[in-house]
Design a protein. Structure first.
Length: 328
C-alpha cells in the first residue's frame, strides 16, 4: 500500500516537472501536459474545492483529516515538481531554444499536434455548438500568437496582475502562460526575479530579497487567479464538457502558429541581458527559411513529440485496463 502511494506521488512529481518545463517556454502550455497526463480534471477540481473551511476542519479533526479531505498531498507533490522544473530547467530550455530553435520548436509542435488529437477524442458528441466553440477557441488562441507584446513593467501591482492573468493561461491547454507574460511585458521581470533569487542564494542578499518580494506578489496574484478561474472551469466541465473540450482543442489548434519551427523575424527587442531577440515573428515555409531548415531533424523531433504524448495516452489506457481487471 505504501509502495503504491510512493509510486503515485513519484508519478505526480514527474508530471509536475513536465508541466513546469512547458510553462517556462513562451508558446507551450503546462495545462496541455496536465490534460494529456490525465490529471487535469483532478487538478481543477482540487483547486476549486479549496476554501476557508480548510482551517475549520484542521481545528476540528486534525491536520491529517484536513490534508486528505482537500487532496493536498496531490497538490503539494505536483507543485514541488513544477517548482523543481522551473528553477532547474529554465536555463537549460532557454539554452536549447537559443542553440537549436528549429529542433526544439518542432518537438513542441509534435507535442501539441498529438495533444489536439488526444483532447479532441474526448469529445463524445459533435454538434453545431461544439463546432462553434472549436472555431472560437482557435480564433482566440491564434490572435494571441500574433499580438504584439507591450513594454516591460515590473511594479509590484503589475506583477500581481500579471500573476493573476498568466496563471489562467497556464492551466488552459493550448494557452501559454509564459507567452501571456511576454505579451504583458512581464516575462523578463519574472524570469529576472527567478534568476535573481538563484543568484541571491549564492551571496547577493539584496538582490535575493528584492526577487523574493516580486515573486511573492506574483504568487499572490497567481493564487487569486487560480482560485477564481478554477471554479469556472470546474463548472464548465460538469455542465458543458463537450463544449469545454472543444474550446480547449481550439486553443491548442491556434497555438500551433506560435510553435511552428520556421519563422521570419519581423521586429526585435532588447532583453534584460542587453541581447537583441525576436519580438514579432511570422510563420513561413521551410523552403523560405533564412538558414538551414533542418527538415529531417525537425520532422524527427516532431514525431518524437507525438510519440511521447501518444505514449502517455497508451500508458493511461493500460493502467485503466489493469485496474478494471483487478476489480473484476
Amino acid at each position: 500500500m505504501a509502495s503504491n502511494a510512493l509510486i503515485s506521488h513519484l508519478t505526480t512529481y514527474l508530471k509536475g516537472i513536465a508541466m513546469g518545463a512547458a510553462d517556462v517556454v513562451p508558446g507551450v502550455s503546462g495545462g496541455t501536459i496536465a490534460f494529456v497526463t490525465g490529471i487535469y480534471e483532478e487538478l481543477i477540481g482540487t483547486i476549486h474545492k479549496l476554501d476557508l473551511g480548510l482551517f475549520k476542519l484542521w481545528k476540528q479533526d486534525g491536520f491529517k483529516a484536513m490534508w486528505r479531505h482537500y487532496n493536498l498531498g496531490f497538490l503539494a507533490v505536483l507543485f514541488m515538481g513544477i517548482a523543481t522544473s522551473i528553477f532547474s530547467l529554465a536555463k537549460l530550455i532557454t539554452h536549447l531554444l537559443e542553440s537549436h530553435p528549429v529542433l526544439v520548436w518542432a518537438f513542441f509542435f509534435g507535442l501539441i499536434v498529438a495533444s489536439i488529437i488526444y483532447v479532441g477524442k474526448q469529445i463524445e458528441r459533435w454538434n453545431l455548438g461544439v463546432l462553434i466553440a472549436l472555431v472560437v477557441g482557435t480564433a482566440v488562441s491564434y490572435s494571441i500568437t500574433i499580438a504584439e507584446p507591450i513594454g516591460s513593467q515590473d511594479s509590484l501591482w503589475f506583477m500581481a496582475l500579471a500573476g493573476f492573468i498568466a496563471i489562467i493561461a497556464m492551466i488552459l491547454p493550448g494557452l501559454s502562460g509564459a507567452f501571456i507574460l511576454l505579451l504583458l511585458g512581464a516575462y523578463e521581470p519574472v524570469i529576472g526575479a527567478i534568476s535573481g533569487l538563484i543568484d541571491g542564494l549564492s551571496g547577493e542578499s539584496d538582490l535575493m530579497w528584492e526577487s523574493v518580494l516580486k515573486l511573492s506578489v506574483f504568487a499572490v496574484g497567481a493564487i487569486a487567479g487560480l482560485k477564481a478561474f478554477s471554479g469556472v472551469l470546474n463548472w464548465m466541465f460538469n455542465n458543458y464538457k463537450a463544449i469545454t473540450l472543444a474550446v480547449l482543442t481550439g486553443f491548442m489548434l491556434g497555438a500551433l502558429n506560435k510553435v511552428w519551427p520556421w519563422k521570419e523575424v519581423l521586429s526585435t527587442r532588447i532583453n534584460s541581458k542587453g541581447i537583441e531577440v525576436p519580438l514579432l515573428e511570422e510563420s513561413i515555409a521551410p523552403a523560405n527559411f533564412n538558414g538551414d531548415p533542418q527538415l529531417v531533424g525537425a520532422i524527427s523531433c516532431a514525431v518524437a513529440g507525438c510519440v511521447l504524448i501518444l505514449g502517455f495516452e497508451w500508458l493511461a489506457k493500460r493502467k485503466s485496463t489493469l485496474a478494471d481487471g483487478r476489480q473484476a
